[in-house]
Design a protein around this ligand. Structure first.
Ligand code: S3P
Length: 449
């Protein structure tokens, strides 16, 4: 269950596959799962959540909400139930809140707690403890919240919620949905109007879901960007949430099918919010045969089934403007690019440096280890296609997406690929290996034939 607590690394090898076939579902969307638990925690009444992602990152959020006084539990019917305490009802936890590997978990929770007079210590694993928290402590301090952080504004940190919060107007200095969400959540228990100005649009699940919970929230497109305004101290009403499949998880079987000859798969019930579909647009532009079937609306989000067949891809330039809509997908896009004809250039990648690992460096090292020529700069990466010979051992740096990307590469590489540690896949996609092997993949421990 809790793979990241296994003491020893779990290496895996991925071998050439004959063609992937089948209809699959991937687990629920991670962004929506964190938010459903957190918003449910501060609503009035019982929120029910179907399709919640039951992976370590989200389970840590559920435990944190319980420690803050809002019980979050899975029922025998697999539906999660959250007993909300109201926007001012969270209380100081007895123990430190452990967010494990999850930047979204800790940053959104800091926003949620920031304007209630409680004290909470926030901790995380070695990867999360290296990541910058100043991007949320700076705007949250403007509400009156105080922090005792570790050096460089990092975890572990102790948060003291503001007793008399004041509203804030904040222009996002980085294109980050986590920062935007932290400020909007702090606004819920703040009198008056708080506004976030977002020059570059990022995923908008917080805005959509808060509206569903009955928050007084407005979104206005102006010349300098999207202005999102929350009028605080209005209670939220518990909701029934149905979480569709995560497009960032679907990305792995999708690319696996494109690059593995003879593949034909359908990935059902995937969320197609336009702030999340940059990878699909990019792969189609590269010549990928991806057809969206059965488009429909579910729980306020567009969803559909992705029909994917193996395709001959060609290299393209992926502009910086697309980065926010596919920020988590560059590792797997880089794998697709290594099988394309010609060169793929990706720009606007500076945020990749502060993810679960320095993803730009980790991807480039993994590509080179497997014989794929690359070049890079501070915020760009070029991948020369033509196929990945394979044979390299990839260092995953506690990063689930690096591990999954290079295991996908092995399914189509000439030799095989291996990763030093697959434990962190459990943070977002616990059955990744089983699901790919069920379609014809050949991923297993290094000594397996
Ligand atoms: C997320 C926002 C993104 C993304 C992360 C999930 C969210 O992070 O990388 O996996 O749910 O808000 P940033 O806000 O740091 O870009």
């Amino acid at each position: 269950m809790s793979n990241t607590h296994i003491a020893e690394p779990l290496p895996l090898i991925s071998r050439k596959a004959q063609g992937l076939k089948g209809r699959i579902r991937v687990p629920g969307d991670k962004s929506m799962s964190h938010r459903a638990l957190m918003f449910g925690a501060v609503a009035i009444g019982e929120t029910t959540i179907k399709g919640l992602l039951e992976a370590e990152d989200v389970i840590n959020t559920a435990k944190a909400m319980t420690a803050l006084g809002a019980k979050a539990e899975r029922g025998a019917d697999n539906v999660w139930r959250v007993q909300g305490v109201g926007i001012a009802g969270l209380r100081s936890p007895d123990q430190p809140l452990d967010f494990g590997n999850s930047g979204t978990g800790v940053r959104l929770a800091m926003g949620l707690m920031a304007t209630t007079p409680l004290t909470a210590r926030c901790i995380g694993d070695a990867s999360l403890s290296k990541r910058p928290m100043g991007r949320v402590t700076v705007p949250l301090s403007q509400f009156g919240t105080t922090f005792e952080a570790s050096e460089g504004n990092r975890l572990p940190l102790t948060l003291h919620g503001a007793k008399n919060p004041v509203p804030v107007t904040y222009t996002l200095p980085v294109a980050s949905a986590q920062v935007k969400s932290a400020v909007l959540l702090a606004a819920l228990n703040t009198p008056g109007k708080t506004s976030v100005i977002e020059p570059t649009p990022t995923r908008d699940h917080t805005e959509r879901m808060l509206k569903g919970f009955g928050a007084a929230i407005t979104v206005e497109q102006r010349e300098d960007g999207r202005h999102i305004t929350v009028e605080g101290q209005h209670e939220l009403t518990a909701q029934a949430i149905d979480v569709p499949g995560d497009p960032s998880s679907a990305a792995f079987p999708m690319v696996a099918a494109l690059i593995t000859e003879g593949s034909d798969i359908v990935i059902e019930n995937i969320m197609l919010n336009p702030t999340r579909t940059g990878l699909i647009d990019t792969l189609v532009e590269m010549g990928g045969d991806i057809v969206i079937e059965n488009r429909r609306l579910a729980g306020g989000e567009e969803v559909g089934d992705l029909h994917v067949r193996s395709s001959r891809l060609h290299g393209i330039r992926v502009p910086a403007s697309r980065a926010p809509s596919m920020i988590d997908e560059y590792p797997i896009l880089s794998v697709a690019a290594s099988f394309a004809d010609g060169t793929t250039r990706m720009e606007g990648l500076e945020e990749l440096r502060v993810k679960e690992s320095d993803r730009l460096a980790a991807v480039e090292a993994g590509l080179q280890a497997n014989g794929v020529p690359t070049s890079s700069g501070r915020d760009w990466l070029e991948v020369q296609g033509g196929g990945a010979p394979g044979g390299g051992k990839v260092t995953t740096h506690m990063d689930h997406r690096i591990a999954m990307s290079f295991l996908v590469m092995g399914l189509a590489s000439r030799i095989y690929t291996s990763v030093d540690d697959s434990r962190f896949i459990a943070t977002s996609f616990p059955d990744f290996t089983g699901l790919l092997n069920g379609m014809g993949g050949r991923i297993g421990p290094p000594d397996a034939k």
